[in-house]
Design a protein around this ligand. Structure first.
Ligand SMILES: NC(=O)c1ccc[n+]([C@@H]2O[C@H](COP(=O)([O-])OP(=O)(O)OC[C@H]3O[C@@H](n4cnc5c(N)ncnc54)[C@H](OP(=O)(O)O)[C@@H]3O)[C@@H](O)[C@H]2O)c1
Length: 349
C-alpha cells in the first residue's frame, strides 16, 4: 500500500479545507463563480482599489446599511438585495450598532457567506450621550455587533461621529485599540466630518476615515482627504450620492436631507436640473454625482445606501458604462462649489 507524501497530504488537506469553506457559504452558485474577496477584478467587473495601508482591496461601490435599518426594510428584501449585490461583485458592507435592526438583518441575510465581503460597523451610540463613548460601553457594543452580525470578527470598527473633545480625551480610541489587539476587529477607524475628522486623521491612530463626500459636500476635499492620503489611510465616502436630493421637486420635510437639497438649489449644476434629474444613464444626475465622488483623490469606496434590491447593480452598471468622469466636468463642479460655498457648508454628519 502506498502512502501519500507529506506534500500531497498537505495539498489534499488544503483542497478539502477550501472546499469545506466554500460549501460553508451555503450559496452554491456564488461560491463557484465568485473570485476571493481580495482578488483583482476581471475586465467585466467593477473596479477595486487597495484600501490604504490595510490588506483589503475594496470594490469602489460598497453598501451603506443605514437605510435598510431606518426604513425598516423587510428581511426577505434585505436577503435579496445583499445576495444579489454580492453575486454582482460587491465586497464592502458598512453598518452601525444604532442603525435600527440593520446589523441583525445583515447577519441573517449573508453571514453564511462571510468570506465574500469585508464587514464594517460603528460604535458609540449604544447608550445615550457621553455614556456611549466609555471603554466599557464600546467593548459591550462590539460584542453585541459580533452577535448580531453572526461573525467572530469584524474587518473594521469605527467611532460613530463623536466630537473632537471626546477624541481628545482618548478613552474611546484606546477602547478600539484594545479590541483590535484582542482580534475582535482587524482595523479601526473614525467616521465623521470637519474638524473632528481632521483631529482623527492627524492623531495617526486610525487605519481609516469615513466622511461625507459628494457634489453637495466638498469641505473634506481640502480639509481632511489630502492628509488622509498622505498617511495612506483607507477612505470611505458616506452619503456619496448626496442622498439623491434632486429627486424632490419641493423642499423635503426630512431634516436629514434638506440641507443638501438647499445647497443644490444654490449650486444649480446642469446635471441636477431638468431632464437630467430623471436620466438613469451615466451622464444623468445619479451617474455624474457618483462618478464625481469616485474621482476624488485618495478615496477608495463609496457606500451608497438603498432600500432596493436592483439598486447596487444599477449603480455598478452606471459606473462601468460612464468610466471616469472627464477632467473638465470635475473642474466645473469644483469651480461652481467654490463660487457659491457658504461658511456653514461644512461636512454634514
Ligand atoms: N455618521 C456616519 O457615520 C454616517 C452618516 C450618514 C451615512 N453613513 C453611512 O453612509 C451610507 C450612505 O449614506 P446615505 O444612505 O445617507 O446617503 P446616499 O448613499 O448618498 O443616498 C442614499 C439614497 O440615494 C438613493 N439612491 C441611490 N442610488 C440612486 C440612484 N441611482 N438614483 C436615484 N436615487 C438613488 C437611495 O434611494 P433608493 O432606496 O431608492 O435606492 C437612498 O435614498 C449609510 O447607509 C451609512 O452606512 C454614515
Amino acid at each position: 500500500m502506498t502512502h501519500p507524501s507529506r506534500r500531497e497530504f498537505i495539498a489534499s488537506t488544503a483542497a478539502m479545507m477550501a472546499f469545506a469553506a466554500s460549501s460553508h457559504t451555503g450559496h452554491a452558485g456564488a461560491a463557484t463563480a465568485k473570485p476571493p474577496v481580495n482578488a483583482p477584478p476581471t475586465p467585466s467587473q467593477l473596479e477595486r482599489r487597495k484600501f490604504g495601508a490595510t490588506d483589503m482591496t475594496v470594490t469602489v461601490l460598497g453598501f451603506g446599511g443605514a437605510e435598510i435599518g431606518y426604513q425598516k426594510v423587510e428581511q426577505e428584501i434585505v436577503d435579496r438585495l445583499l445576495n444579489a449585490a454580492l453575486d454582482a461583485g460587491l465586497n464592502v458592507i458598512d453598518t452601525a450598532e444604532c442603525y435600527a435592526g440593520s446589523e441583525e438583518a445583515i447577519g441573517k441575510a449573508v453571514s453564511m457567506r462571510r468570506k465574500d465581503f469585508h464587514l464594517f460597523t460603528k460604535v458609540g451610540h449604544m447608550e445615550q450621550g457621553d455614556a456611549g463613548w466609555t471603554a466599557g460601553s464600546i467593548e459591550k457594543s462590539i460584542e453585541r455587533s459580533l452577535q448580531r452580525l453572526q461573525t467572530d470578527h469584524l474587518d473594521l470598527v469605527q467611532l460613530h461621529s463623536c466630537s473632537r473633545e471626546l477624541l481628545e480625551k482618548g478613552e474611546c480610541i484606546e477602547a478600539l485599540e484594545k479590541a483590535k489587539k484582542a482580534g475582535k476587529t482587524r482595523y479601526i477607524g473614525y467616521s465623521g466630518d470637519s474638524t473632528a475628522a481632521l483631529y482623527a486623521v492627524e492623531s495617526g491612530r486610525f487605519d481609516t476615515l469615513q466622511t461625507s463626500v459628494s457634489i453637495a459636500d466638498q469641505e473634506c476635499l481640502e480639509l481632511t482627504l489630502p492628509k488622509a492620503k498622505e498617511r495612506n489611510m483607507g477612505v470611505i465616502a458616506k452619503r456619496p450620492i448626496a442622498n439623491a436630493v434632486w429627486r424632490y421637486d419641493e423642499e423635503p420635510k426630512d431634516g436629514y436631507v434638506v440641507e443638501y437639497w438647499k445647497r443644490l438649489q444654490k449650486l444649480q449644476y446642469d446635471f441636477t436640473r431638468g431632464d437630467a434629474r430623471a436620466d438613469a444613464g451615466p451622464d444623468g444626475a445619479a451617474g455624474v454625482a457618483l462618478r464625481f465622488t469616485l474621482a476624488v483623490p485618495g478615496l477608495h469606496v463609496a457606500i451608497v445606501g438603498t432600500t432596493k434590491p436592483e439598486r447596487w447593480k444599477q449603480n455598478a452598471d452606471l459606473l462601468r458604462a460612464g468610466g471616469p468622469l472627464a477632467r473638465e466636468r470635475i473642474e466645473a463642479i469644483r469651480a461652481r462649489w467654490k463660487e457659491v460655498v457658504a461658511a456653514d457648508w461644512t461636512g454634514r454628519t
